[in-house]
Design a binder for this molecule. Sequence first.
Ligand code: BGC
Length: 769
Amino acid sequence: MNNLFEYDDWCIVEEGFNPELNREAESIFSIGNGYMGQRANFEECYSGDSLQGSYIAGVYYPDKTRVGWWKNGYPEYFAKVLNAPKWIGADLSLDGKVLDLAKSKISSFRRILNMKEGLLERSFNWNHSKGKNVEIDTRRFLSMADPDLGIICYRVKPLDFGGTADFIVYLDGDVRNEDTNYGEKFWEDIYSNSEEGKGIITSKTLKTGFHVTTGMSCIIHKNGKAVEASHEIISRPGYVANRVKVSFNPGDELLLCKYVSVQSSLKHDVKNLVSVVTARIDYAKKRGFDALFEDHRKEWGKIWATSDVVIEGDIAAQQAIRFNIFHLNQTYTGKDERLNIGPKGFTGEKYGGSTYWDTEAFALPFFLKTAPGKVARNLLIYRYKHLGKSIENARKLGFKDGAALYPMVTMNGEECHNEWEITFEEIHRNGAIAYAIYNYVRHTGDNGYLADYGLEVLIGLSRFWSQRSSYSENLGKYVILGVTGPNEYENNVNNNWYTNTIAAWTLEYTKKILTDLKKNDPGKLKKITSLTGLRFSEETGSWEDIISNMHFPFDEERNVFLQQDGFLDKELKPASSIPETERPINQHWSWDRILRSCFIKQADVLQGLYFLEENYDTETIKRNFDFYEPMTLHESSLSACVHSILASRIGYTQKAYELYLRTARLDLDDYNNEVSEGLHITSMAGTWLAIVEGFGGIRIMSDRVVLNPLIPEQWKSYSFHARFREILFLTKVTDKNIEITNLSDKTLRFRLFEKDYEINGTEKLKVKI
Ligand code: BGC
């Protein structure tokens, strides 16, 4: 679907309606506010193909698992993000003819997602019947200022005929997920009430018992004046509507405004939900579209003022990076520590809306550098609160003494993925959680987090790694057997280099933090010891033994780390040997063929070199990059960004740029032919990292920021915002100079191309390249 959308700095623009690409467009034009999200489904009835999707963060359903061969240790359920009650509904007929974009004759269709202001707009002409034409346009937003509110303005202007318009404005709780395992409905209708200009329904999720109350208040204006038409009130379980008939003359302008509030039992007592929602829709209607939009627009203004990336000379790249920043902020605002970031955010059902290692490895670094520290902190607290369940999860698999295995996929801390090679074997996720704690502390300087929360998690993780490693008499080394690394095109391998490396690193980091605490704050250590039952000398002693004697597969001849034991037994071929028609290979090859091949789904050894870059010199990174990049297919959206960052690091600027483009426009250009299912939200963070850590070369080292920027030749300049210890600064790079502006009132210390600088608050510095 290349070039379906026009290039524009701030907007995604679709000209002409193509029903065959409706699902794709529904994903691309999704809106959200961290609390709820909405695919770009139409307000009015649509009988064509569509994936209906209204999602509420944190509201899920544990769908019964479906597996061929049940294995002990599998979770009983797979948590699903729910398609929630439909709040956008507003059917329209004129003179008895229903508007339905799958059947009606329309022209001049244009849809715009205005990312600067968070507004979705749509306009088209409806050729109602011979000589009868109607102009229609709609505006919709989910408020960033009032995250329970969704507002729609629907304007209808019959140009050359008079008659009667019939609006049915409704809320519908009769919704289903497409991806149910057994075709079940996940909602139960609890309450519905409708009166003139209003309607409220409460729905409850089966099993999990979340209550969601959705309320609407609607008003219709004709030529700027509220219409005094009589409303037909419809109310049945799970459905409420107001049906309003309005007469019109040629050229009259009819404007429907629908104000919706969605509240759930995650925030309010069930008994108060209806009254809270009633008050909120009254408030919204009183405040009106323009004022609510102004509040919302200001919030987006604040977000862009601290996270925008400007690229001069490459509009495709400019549009793409804003698209990614926009969707990341629509997905997570960091206001509630119970919420997290699903790989598809609020744009589809795939991946169940659950939390994956993507959060710690990709999304967290984005929020660390673009949002106040408390946003990233809430992502860590989310995992801290799941520590008990992770210990329980490890116990079920046979581990003991407080060892914690975080789930690969989760909603509430319980594992809900059930493919043995991932559930049991893709244990590297534990490493990303440890790394996230380290990353958070080095960015924010919030050392207190370690003693108050982080260490408990690190101890659980380290206990897991020490029990999961075993001693091989044969090698005289510790080994980690039977794992799946980040590269999911290999299962059940021994000694995945990345897993062994991140395991040893976690043990070392935990030991260091504990040792520091012993020296600096023995009182806190005592508290942690009693909380976790830590046997300090015995446990850290055994960790030390593992750290010093871990087996890291290595090839002396090529001088590269080996992805796993036996990797060199494979027939080594470049990915370029696979014809395009056979890609992605997981859709064309048997799994057996994939497993035997050398082809790599996503960064694996290179993921380790990216995380722990400080431990490796440029030559080592280069050798491993040269060895692995040609065999990597980048068939996970999380891959090209890591390779791009490393390519920048080793000076392969053109390669870095090519890989960057692949990640940046992944969804806009639908590289993987799957955007219909939703957007790749977590990999969008990787795209941002490819600019800031890749081209910008930003690293955090102890007390300062380190920058080694370069610029792709295709760009005239680029600039980005980043934060270090709550100091916000703007970096602008051209091929001639680098300009850094300190946007805070504190002194910024940094190292640029090996030289140290300081910039006082609000000052700037320009350095020639
Ligand atoms: C990747 C995983 C990732 C998951 C969700 C998979 O295709 O291999 O690393 O966690 O998608 O994004």
